[in-house]
Write a protein that binds this ligand. Structure first.
Ligand code: FES
Ligand code: FES
Length: 183
């Protein structure tokens, strides 16, 4: 439902359905971080350059600093918080850990989500394919070699089950409608 500058949107984030009342001007990254408390999605450049805010929207990597939350209405979103399952890191997270593919870690959620998208699409990528897939993500610390190593390692060890793909009917509806006067 959209009423001029205010809308109620339905987002399934990491398998949990949310119905949120939001201003239509708000970015997806801000709604994820501020309304849902999912601060693992980091904001670097806020203009679509660095990739640190990357999430998956219906399986496609998206820079959440360039997408309005209302544009994501009705979609399934995966963020870095949804990667670990039952207290176990996703194989790509484990590979980042094992290969020391991070230093400050600021860029890591974006690299992980981009890497997950790649490995779902192409479970056995070449080094060139890994580098091409990650080319839109910026890391100020690592020099990238260990990140490529980690993605290659995760591919060899087979990536785990996709995350954030449950349908709304499979999950508890935990969302609340954040009501606003007049809506
Ligand atoms: S914060 Fe979104 S691309 Fe940099
Ligand atoms: S680990 Fe610091 S920006 Fe990538």
């Amino acid at each position: 439902m959209i009423q001029e500058d205010f809308a109620i949107v339905r987002l399934v984030v990491n398998g949990i359905e949310h119905r949120l009342g939001i201003e239509t001007r708000r970015l997806l990254c801000d709604v994820l971080r501020e309304d849902l408390g999912l601060t693992g999605t980091n904001l670097g450049c806020e203009q679509g350059v660095c990739g640190s805010c990357t999430v998956l929207v219906d399986g496609q990597s998206v820079r959440s600093c360039l997408m309005l939350a209302v544009q994501a209405d009705g979609t399934e979103i995966a963020t870095v918080e949804g990667l670990a399952q039952n207290g176990e890191m996703n194989p790509l997270q484990s590979a980042f850990w094992d290969k020391q593919a991070l230093q400050c870690g600021f860029c890591t959620p974006g690299f992980l989500m981009t890497g997950i998208e790649l490995l779902r699409r192409n479970p056995d990528p070449s080094d060139d394919e890994i580098r091409n897939a990650l080319a839109g993500n910026t890391c100020r610390c690592t020099g990238y070699e260990h990140i490529v190593d980690a993605v290659r390692d995760a591919a060899r060890n087979a990536i785990g089950e996709p995350v954030g793909t449950e349908t709304a009917s499979d999950v508890d509806i935990t969302a609340e409608i954040i009501a606003k006067e007049g809506v």
